[in-house]
Design a protein around this ligand. Sequence first.
Ligand SMILES: NC(=O)c1ccc[n+]([C@@H]2O[C@H](COP(=O)([O-])OP(=O)(O)OC[C@H]3O[C@@H](n4cnc5c(N)ncnc54)[C@H](O)[C@@H]3O)[C@@H](O)[C@H]2O)c1
Length: 277
Amino acid sequence: MKIVVTGSKGNIGSAVVDYARSQGAHVLGVDNVGRGDGLGNYIAADLTDLGSCYDVVRGADAIINLAAIPDSKMFPNAQTFMTNVAITYNVFLAAAHLGVGRVVWASSIQVNHTVPPHRPVRYRYFPLDEDHPVDPQSDYALSKYVGEVIADAFARDFGLTTVSLRFTDVVTLQRWPTLPAPVDPGTQYPLPHYVHIHDCARACYLAATAPLPPGSHTVAFIAARDTHIDMPSRELAQRYYPDAELRADIQDHDALISGKRAEAAFGFVPQFSCRSR
Ligand SMILES: NC(=O)c1ccc[n+]([C@@H]2O[C@H](COP(=O)([O-])OP(=O)(O)OC[C@H]3O[C@@H](n4cnc5c(N)ncnc54)[C@H](O)[C@@H]3O)[C@@H](O)[C@H]2O)c1
């Protein structure tokens, strides 16, 4: 199986490349860093350019699209929004025109919980699931929300099988030993959701390879089964999100986000918890 992984020089992309290769996939990494290796393992391309997109995704069975400006305030607002939407649109269009059957791409928890928020973060209920209304509050969050709309449209109009993975806070190996941690006293709206980078990489691979209904669009949170905050979850919910209804028997440090969709759709069950290692 040939998988094109975009953003392959980035934190998550490099982990996805390693994991997919360990599973026997033939992987072409694409990023706009440096130059290619000339061997077909890595090619440098700016994916805001549609022609380059066509070239690099040709012949793939699936694309895992992680290339993006990964947060607000790194570049001017319009650049973040336009770059991310251009990459997403180009990748989906090239896939549709060239017959690549599946596109998995990185959306974000920030469609629900922008960091830092400009307005209060309101959760109607916990565990949060994919049916909860979104509230993108930044250029970055908006680019991810628009990306989900694009993924939905290409599934409907071109019969592509698409998966929008709403990554939570993806924890790198360097940061892992610092968790769990207290709530930052400077924040009014703590983001209690996280996922270990190795779980995140496996989720991408499963979403790209597991059987899914052709022409479907799946939106799924990718999160650990607990929070990375040392305050018990019920206390955290009541203190910071008092309007939220608790719809499950949440105990100890149980996640306030549901992983049911990712498990049911493509078999993703997180293996890492910052409380057991
Ligand atoms: N890290 C997280 O906690 C997190 C959470 C939610 C979503 N995400 C999303 O996951 C994806 C990967 O994030 P990351 O943390 O690995 O970020 P990263 O910055 O480490 O990786 C992104 C990569 O995309 C590449 N890129 C940017 N513009 C490009 C272009 N025009 N053409 C080709 N490549 C380009 C960059 O060079 C970089 O290597 C992003 O889409 C990000 O928005 C990340």
